[in-house]
Ligand binder design. Structure first.
Ligand code: PLP
Length: 233
């Protein structure tokens, strides 16, 4: 059966190019992550062959198996909810952890990174929508969390991550992306020691073009590359 992975990636890349052009940005400043939860190995390999160089995983166990099989010529990023008791594995497996939204998790990641003699790159996950079902630090507490986490020597904050609520019209996601960018700019103005604000991880299949227009540097795209996921049991 002919797979659509490669042509899907080409289509997404050209839409990214269009959005970057509209926003006066270079599309080389926007990286496309392939989000692979529930995706079988063959299609992940196809995505890598089509030039994808970041894979986004949601589960530590699943990621471990895939990394052992597919290797580290590409980057593996953790984007899912992370329990503190998985921190030990996460620091060894992932090139970047996008889902750090709590101090207790940051402290545990730092402790485990120190034990493994690593400095782990992380993003602070921000709940920009105030929806209770969304993870991430509440927007109004994010600045303080950045400052607190910046004191942990074995973590390196690279930027911010958010997930907009689901909308039929992607235009409705724009204010959430804009608010993450504004927060990033305020953090830059504060000049917090050891904090880099180079990455804005935002935009998924439904809204990545708007995210590019609002300054995203990493897009987390699953369904537009691999097709719809099976409905979770
Ligand atoms: C599943 C997931 C995505 C990708 O969503 P799609 O709609 O498949 O593009 C992005 N970010 C996170 C955190 C996810 O869990």
């Amino acid at each position: 059966m002919e797979s659509k992975v490669k042509s899907n990636i080409e289509r997404v890349r050209s839409a990214i190019g269009g959005a970057a052009l509209r926003a006066g940005r270079k599309d080389s400043n926007v990286r496309l992550m392939a989000v692979t939860k529930t995706v079988d190995d063959d299609r992940i390999m196809e995505a890598i062959e089509a030039g994808i160089d970041i894979i986004g995983e949601s589960y530590v166990q699943e990621a471990k198996r895939k990394i052992e099989k597919m290797g580290r010529t590409i980057e593996w990023h953790m984007i899912g909810y992370l329990q503190s008791n998985k921190a030990k594995y996460a620091v060894k497996l992932f090139d970047m952890i996008h889902s750090v939204g709590r101090m207790d998790l940051a402290v545990e990641l730092d402790r485990r990174a120190a034990a493994a003699d690593l400095v782990t790159k992380i993003l602070i996950e921000v709940n920009t929508s105030c929806e209770k079902t969304k993870s991430g630090v509440p927007y109004t507490e994010a600045m303080q969390l950045v400052k607190d986490v910046s004191a942990l020597n074995n973590l390196s904050i690279q930027g911010l991550m958010t997930m907009a609520p689901w909308f039929d019209d992607p235009e409705d996601a724009r204010p959430y992306f804009a608010s993450l960018r504004e927060l990033r700019d305020r953090i830059i103005d504060e000049n917090v020691n050891r904090v880099e604000m180079r990455e804005l991880s935002m935009g998924m299949s439904g809204d990545y073009e708007v995210a590019v227009e609002e300054g995203a540097t990493i897009l987390r795209v699953g369904r537009s590359i691999f097709g719809e996921r099976p409905i979770a049991k």
